[in-house]
Design a protein around this ligand. Sequence first.
Ligand code: ZN
Length: 277
Amino acid sequence: MSSILLPETLGDELEKMINSFWWGSNKASGKGINWLRWEKLTMRKEHGGMGFRHLYGFNLTMLGKQGDENMTVANLVNYSESKWHITKVQQLFNQEDAAAILQIPLQFLNEDDVLIWRFSRNGNYSVRSDYYHLMEVVIENNHLKVEGNWNKMWKLNIPKKVKIFLWRSLRECLPVKERLIRKGVQCDPKCPCCDLNTENEWHCFFGCKAAQEVWIEVGMWDNLHQQIDNAAGYKQLVFHLLDNLQSTNMAQIVMTLWMIHWQTKSKMLEQHATNDV
Ligand SMILES: [Zn+2]
């Protein structure tokens, strides 16, 4: 297979198109909003992203792999001197990327002259490990990492769509009224359940009377209300619970959040139907 290095701007355009597609295209319900930049979605799941592919990064990786035999990363290394082939790297990559690659320390094990690619678990070179390494080191994206026990969240024994709902709520991508208004969508900011407060995650899931009734009904209120009183906000509370509860209990909490989410949504649809009559 042969690869060419696409201009970075073309990669950006493609990413924008895929991003719009992923978030949907229904403007009226806030689905037309690209809630997060593609770059943030390409972060690994453990860092708060969705693990989607960074096109430019992947393109660079495939280029490095080009021709299998004649252009793997191994060919960019001068084994006898344990150094990078500086000119080859400089020819293949732009100035900035080449400089970053040349900074990567090479690590060899001298037993039987075996080359170890230290960025994969078994030491063999693979596009996957090369890509992950590139994303970690060459493409500077540390500032996009979001703290939190994401691994535990993705491993919860709940349906995938519920995990994505929870991820969206933690990445501030749920179409709650407060946020929709900030994004320029004109709508009534009030919570459709109580018609008193502005609708945001905190109110919707913990503050609203309607939500608290659900927590009481499922028998979790007694255990939760103190933590709710002490919490600094929605995200902090959910991550605190994730850190401190067993996965089975956390799964019940997330399923209840999902239930409350649908209760609010159906309330909103009811109101729309009444307004339309
Ligand atoms: Zn309310």
